[in-house]
Design a protein around this ligand. Structure first.
Ligand SMILES: Nc1ncnc2c1ncn2[C@@H]1O[C@H](COP(=O)(O)OP(=O)(O)OP(=O)(O)O)[C@@H](O)[C@H]1O
Ligand SMILES: [Mg+2]
Length: 336
């Protein structure tokens, strides 16, 4: 069962799993209450039948689901179903079956007790739907939106955020989501070792590819990006030492490069600054995020160029951010 698996994923990592909440929410019917208008207006059987056909129409209109009517066996099974509800169930089961073939979940890191797993695909679909229905956006870049789960956040503060790839993400030169998550894991681990530096990466927990849907679940940071600070959304606390931070960012880049790792997308939106009145206990003042273009340099080739088909992509040079960041942070830090 997926519940057990997802509980095992959190072993030794987060104290609370958003999936506990998600599972409860998914499995629990809406409580009957005067505020819940659905329970006060009794739906007729005709209404329900119509709604069900509408849902089915919606599924059939999605070009991804063309196989439902293009293959005679599927079309006949749906057409001959005695009720709309049964037709919808047949269609959903077929969609799940097809997605099982493309579904991939990578559990990152070596968490004790986590083994290769089999997954209840319908459960995964429900969890993803629950995230979609309850999402609250906390960030956005060119390729992805980053959301937290609203209910979780209201109950105890979100600990996990979900980076969901945009449908039209510019794929050229970019890591596919599952690769991005693995690269993030490697950068995260290396940065964890640098206890003398005040910068780290957010911990990735898992990545999911499910049909068109691609997502990384990761630790939510109590931080805002330098880009957002420039736009007036966050602050730089008095304990934050701009020069020490920028010197240590340069040192971090030197160490990563000597291990052949390159970020390749270091702009203001991808550096985040910790938000709290007092200096964080773990000594991490800021974070490097977004490993969508990161990876290893290939021996003997330019680490900032990648050939894709007949095109060559040129990435941002990591070191270029440092002087710009020093100037920006000094300006905004002093303004506070
Ligand atoms: N772990 C996190 N915790 C809190 N906020 C985050 C986290 N990860 C990302 N964000 C927010 O979401 C924004 C977008 O995330 P990210 O940079 O990973 O997306 P992207 O689409 O790959 O960006 P880019 O345009 O740089 O390619 C970030 O600038 C930041 O504000
Ligand atoms: Mg980004």
């Amino acid at each position: 069962m997926y519940t057990n698996i997802l509980n095992r994923i959190r072993v030794g990592r987060l104290s609370k799993s958003s999936f506990d909440i998600l599972n409860r929410q998914v499995n629990k019917p809406m409580p009957e209450s005067p505020e819940n208008p659905k329970s006060t207006i009794e739906k007729t059987e005709v209404d329900i039948e119509k709604e069900t056909w509408d849902k089915l129409d919606e599924l059939l209109e999605d070009p991804e689901n063309a196989f439902l009517f293009e293959h005679d066996v599927n079309r006949i099974a749906i057409e001959e179903a005695p009720t709309a509800l049964e037709a919808l169930k047949i269609a959903n089961d077929l969609i799940d079956k097809r997605l099982e073939a493309t579904f991939k979940l990578s559990v990152l890191g070596n968490v004790e007790g986590v083994e290769p797993i089999s997954i209840n695909i319908e459960g995964v679909r429900k969890v993803l739907e629950s995230i979609q229905a309850n999402q609250e956006k906390i960030g956005e870049g060119g390729d992805a939106i980053v959301v937290i789960h609203k209910e979780e956040s209201e109950l105890f503060g979100a600990e996990i955020c979900y980076k969901i790839a945009k449908a039209k993400a510019q794929m050229e030169g970019r890591n596919p989501t599952l690769v991005e998550a693995e690269v993030q894991e490697e950068f995260f681990r290396e940065m964890q070792e640098y206890t003398d530096l005040c910068i780290r990466a957010p911990e990735p927990l898992y990545a999911i590819k499910y049909g068109k849907y691609e997502m990384i679940g990761m630790e939510v940071l109590q931080a805002v990006s330098v880009k957002d600070i420039v736009n007036g959304k966050g602050y730089i606390s008095s304990w934050f030492n701009v020069d020490a931070f920028c010197d240590q960012l340069q040192e971090l880049l030197n160490r990563l490069h000597s291990n052949h790792k390159y970020h390749r997308d270091l702009h203001r939106g991808n550096i985040m600054i910790h938000q709290s009145e007092t200096e964080p206990e773990d000594g991490k003042w800021g974070y490097v995020i977004d490993f969508g273009y990161s990876g290893y340099a290939i021996l003997g080739s330019d680490p900032y160029k990648r050939d894709v088909g007949d095109k060559t992509f040129t990435f941002l040079k990591d070191d270029d951010i440092v002087s710009n960041l020093r100037e920006t942070l000094n300006r905004y830090g002093n303004a506070n």
